[in-house]
Design a protein around this ligand. Structure first.
Ligand code: CIR
Length: 262
């Protein structure tokens, strides 16, 4: 590979807002969140991404945007295009500007307009297939806008029903090439290509299906050792981070970054 064709992996993140305690919630009871502790965990998460070869581009903290650490929801970055979403929660719509500015040097942008809504947490990319959760945050117009942006770049969009959690990626993510980690109580495992292998979360760890694949390593949350052992038993290399404070805001691992090649 010549230097001119070498790619690097970028991870866009955003510091934890001091107002995170006022976050949007769908399924969790509101409990106090320590912003300082969440920020320490977030920095450890960023360090984990760096250790896995990402160049971390951290956007400035937005004091008045409680959920702004969850950058995944405001954009879907694909090969050849980035869709700036219109998040389903109105309180989150002002988050898009800073993230769009960070993506503009790297991808042509498509901006979603009303009445479409979509949260990036509902979009699971498996190669050129985009599974999209129909949720309280992601409506049919949002899915249509995603399809219009993605199809010309060779992506197929497949809507998926799920229930019981905030986003599709709370229920299923990619644990390795061709391997899903799934919470079967929230999404039917047969909603996905039959060729994909499935690892179910341990029944004692309902929130363990959100893992973050970076290259050949899968980042898992410290809170879910049983499910992590299932991945390890399958031969998957894992890294572990503690996101317990961030989890109180109904966020997890994929939510806190937008990772893509440049
Ligand atoms: C929200 O309700 O939008 C935030 N409190 C949590 C968003 C987490 N994002 C994600 O799962 N992709």
């Amino acid at each position: 590979m010549t230097p001119s064709t070498r790619t690097r992996r970028l991870a866009v993140t955003r510091g934890v807002s001091p107002s995170i305690g006022h976050c949007a919630l769908e399924h969790l009871e509101r409990v106090p969140i320590d912003p300082g502790r969440a920020q320490v965990q977030h920095e450890a998460y960023e360090n984990c991404l760096r250790a896995l070869g990402c160049h971390v581009m951290r956007l400035p903290v937005a004091e008045d945007l409680p959920d702004s650490v969850f950058v995944e929801d405001v954009a879907v970055v694909l090969d050849g295009v980035a869709l700036v979403t219109r998040p389903g929660a109105p309180s989150r719509r002002p988050e898009t500007g800073a993230v769009a500015d960070s993506l503009a040097p790297h991808r042509p942008l498509v901006r979603m307009e009303a009445p479409a809504t979509l949260d990036g947490g509902d979009v699971l990319a498996v190669g050129r297939t985009l599974y999209v959760g129909r949720s309280r945050r992601t409506n049919a117009d949002g899915i249509a806008v995603l399809e219009a942006a993605a199809a010309p770049r060779g992506y197929a969009v497949k809507p998926v029903d799920f229930a019981g959690c905030l986003h599709l990626k709370s229920a299923v993510t990619l644990a390795a090439d061709g391997v899903l980690v799934v919470q079967p109580a929230w999404v039917a495992p047969d909603a996905f290509d039959a060729a994909l292998e499935r690892i179910e979360v341990d029944p004692q760890e309902p929130f363990a299906a959100n893992v973050l694949r970076i290259g050949d390593v899968t980042v898992c949350a410290e809170a879910f050792p049983r499910t992590r052992r299932r991945l390890e038993a399958r031969g998957i290399a894992v890294a572990v981070v503690d996101v317990s404070e961030i989890a109180k805001a109904e966020g997890a691992l994929t939510c806190c970054s937008l990772v893509f090649e440049v």
